[in-house]
Design a protein around this ligand. Structure first.
Ligand SMILES: CC(C)(COP(=O)(O)OP(=O)(O)OC[C@H]1O[C@@H](n2cnc3c(N)ncnc32)[C@H](O)[C@@H]1OP(=O)(O)O)[C@@H](O)C(=O)NCCC(=O)NCCS
Length: 224
């Protein structure tokens, strides 16, 4: 199964040349070009509203900002606060290219209006059998606190699923979140993910095991 992602950068409603960055960049409904400049199929969503965020590759210039976000979030007892030590960006790896390969990836969520980074999305491969057809992507997201509850999380997770279906062969893009994380559950539902069930005691966080609620979008539902 091919896990590589296409590289595109936006035009049209996307940023000015000064704002545009090399590498992957996805907007909801915007026309896009490949790195060579050839117009390609846009990564679109079913939303007809003007896109407000896009996804783009992490660059070395982002490393300090990402580390600052990680430090700020560490110990905040939020739903993503799980590791004992904050994990800083691996600058050596980032210097060699984007933070994505055939097994996982991470992208910046960027506001279209001004190019401001507002958070990150990530994904990693999960397997439901030894054959490549049984591989799926499990996604995650973290927006900075000031940028939450504006609809950005919904848009970003819709864009990410659209793109993973477009550029890889998986049948399933999934997410799991704490049963108490109402904002994420609502954002996933608005982004077209369907609620599936409860994974009991699946996640250890803040000194206790927590139930997770699982969501997924299937390929056949990707344009639903
Ligand atoms: C979870 C997260 C990605 C959602 O993104 P967002 O941009 O804040 O969410 P959106 O604005 O797109 O949608 C949130 C929805 O939840 C609702 N909501 C938010 N907090 C709520 C609460 N406490 N109770 C009920 N509904 C709530 C909002 O009203 C909105 O629904 P609506 O549009 O129907 O009104 C973002 O808040 C975040 O990064 N949180 C911290 C990290 C995190 O929890 N990540 C997920 C871990 S699995």
């Amino acid at each position: 199964m091919e896990g590589q992602l296409a590289l595109v950068e936006p035009i049209g409603s996307s940023p000015t040349a000064a704002e545009a960055r090399p590498g992957l960049c996805l907007t909801a409904g915007a026309e896009t070009r490949t790195e060579s400049g050839t117009v390609c199929d846009a990564v679109t969503t079913t939303s007809t509203s003007t896109p407000r965020v896009r996804l783009r590759d992490v660059t070395l210039d982002d490393a300090d900002l990402l580390d600052a976000w990680t430090r700020d979030a560490h110990g905040d007892r939020g739903f993503n606060d799980m590791s004992p030590e904050p994990r800083m960006v691996n600058r050596d790896a980032l210097a060699k290219g984007p933070l994505r390969d055939e097994n996982n990836g991470r992208l910046i969520v960027e506001r279209v209006a001004d190019g401001a980074p507002v958070g990150t999305v990530g994904w990693h491969k999960v397997r439901y059998g030894p054959n490549p057809e049984s591989e799926a992507w499990n996604i995650g997201i973290e927006l900075v606190p000031a940028m939450r509850s504006r609809g950005y999380g919904t848009e970003a997770q819709r864009l990410l699923a659209d793109h993973l279906f477009e550029t890889t062969n998986v049948n399933r893009v999934e997410a799991a979140t704490d049963v108490d994380n109402v904002a994420e559950q609502r954002a996933l539902e608005k982004a077209g993910y369907r609620r599936e069930g409860i994974a009991r005691g699946a996640q250890y966080r803040a000194g206790a095991y927590h139930d997770l609620v699982t969501y997924a979008r299937l390929r056949e539902e990707s344009q639903a």
